[in-house]
Design a protein around this ligand. Structure first.
Ligand code: MN3
Length: 200
């Protein structure tokens, strides 16, 4: 079974005005589709065609050397975007165990957001910033390009796409404004669900 582009569970304009419809359309239909197509192409003839992007990313040392970087890039692009679409929803407030765990680890929701934003602003070039679970501890990490937290044995709970294609149409060079707007579209119920599943 080839990897396929997942359908969005909401319309392109569902996250307006924070993430605009045109950006969502191009991001999902063109960029994400591109990663899926290139992943399937890279997997041709490797015997790994049936593996999910997540399975491939958890064992990157097992990848054939000549395809390794192409698979990391495009399985990462596929998995990261599939994850991203699922943590986006307007008007969901932090609640549940993840809220308590964030307060315990970072001091407060505001302190957490500040640290996350700092990581997002200081990431040089293209990549992602994540809230992950690492050995049962919450942690904010940066990844370059389409590298996945799964490849370093960390479970993503929340992530922001910091490639310019994710925000340039609306925010141009103002990455900090995009990060501020992002908090209006985090589906904290989905984040909490991932947290409950991943924690011991
Ligand atoms: Mn993207």
């Amino acid at each position: 079974m080839l990897n396929t582009l997942p359908e969005l569970k909401y319309s392109f304009d569902a996250l307006e005005p924070f993430i605009d419809a045109k950006t969502m359309e191009i991001h999902h239909d063109k960029h994400h589709q591109g990663y899926v197509d290139k992943l399937n192409k890279a997997l041709e003839g490797t015997g790994l065609e049936d593996k999910s992007a997540e399975e491939l990313l958890k064992d990157i040392n097992g990848l054939p050397e000549d395809k390794k970087q192409a698979i990391i890039n495009n399985a990462g692009g596929h998995a990261n975007h599939s994850f991203f679409w699922n943590i986006l929803k307007k008007e969901v407030k932090p609640s549940g165990e993840i809220k308590d765990a964030i307060h315990e680890k970072f001091g407060s929701g505001e302190d957490f957001k500040e640290k996350f934003k700092e990581a997002a602003i200081t990431l040089f070039g293209s990549g992602w910033v994540w809230l992950v679970l690492n050995n049962n501890e919450l942690e904010i990490i940066q990844t370059k390009n389409q590298d996945s937290p799964l490849s370093v044995n960390k479970v993503p709970l929340l992530g922001i796409d910091l490639w310019e294609h994710a925000y340039y149409l609306k925010y141009q060079n103002k990455r900090p404004d995009y990060v501020d707007a992002f908090w209006n579209v985090v589906d904290w119920d989905a984040v909490n669900e991932s947290f409950l599943k991943a924690k011991n």
